[in-house]
Design a binder for this molecule. Structure first.
Ligand SMILES: [Zn+2]
Length: 182
């Protein structure tokens, strides 16, 4: 079984605007800007033989504010710029009690089964509490980037940069691999 890093998309992989104290994810290709720090981070994690996944909630697909084809175009560009194994989307509205909107674990479970991921030795990276809550249910290590949406619930690590998050995953994963070998 392989270990993986599950990335939240908005705020980690791409930048977003903030409006009315809420994150405003991009709704057009022009607004979709890859965070430059993510490129070296993913190369570094891949060198440790970690699989890379993105999970994202895009409720604007359900409300019609985000065209599904435009979203697919954004993800095509994202997959060209960074080496990602898979990206899963929850397209449902906030009010829709679906199993895939985080903190529900539907998207993670799908990836776990499809790619046979060892969740106990996998990592979740996000700037939002929903991912930390999902990680706790799944048994993954959560590494949160400081943001207004990070909340006060359980998380394993709260860090101030993606560089620090990368250092921590490298440290944890090397120790883990050494223990499994020893
Ligand atoms: Zn959903």
């Amino acid at each position: 079984m392989k270990s993986a890093v599950f990335f939240e998309r908005d705020g980690i992989v791409n930048q977003y605007q903030v409006g009315q104290s809420r994150p405003m994810p991009p709704t057009s290709l022009e607004e979709f800007k890859i965070n430059p720090e993510i490129v070296p981070l993913i190369s570094r994690l891949r060198s440790l033989d970690l699989m890379i996944f993105i999970t994202t909630h895009q409720p604007q697909v359900a409300t019609g504010k985000l065209d599904r084809r435009e979203l697919d175009r954004m993800h095509l560009i994202m997959h060209k710029q960074i080496h990602i194994d898979d990206t899963l989307i929850c397209p449902h509205e906030m009010s829709d009690p679906c199993p895939c909107a985080k903190p529900n674990v539907g998207l993670f479970k799908e990836l776990e089964h499809q790619y046979r991921i060892d969740m106990d030795h996998s990592y979740v990276v996000s700037d939002k509490w929903q991912d930390a809550a999902a990680a706790q249910l799944l048994g993954c290590v959560s590494l949160m980037l400081e943001s207004p949406w990070v909340g006060t619930g359980h998380r394993d690590y709260l860090m101030s940069s993606l560089k620090e998050i990368g250092d921590k995953i490298c440290f944890l994963h090397r120790n883990q691999t050494a223990m499994m070998v020893g």
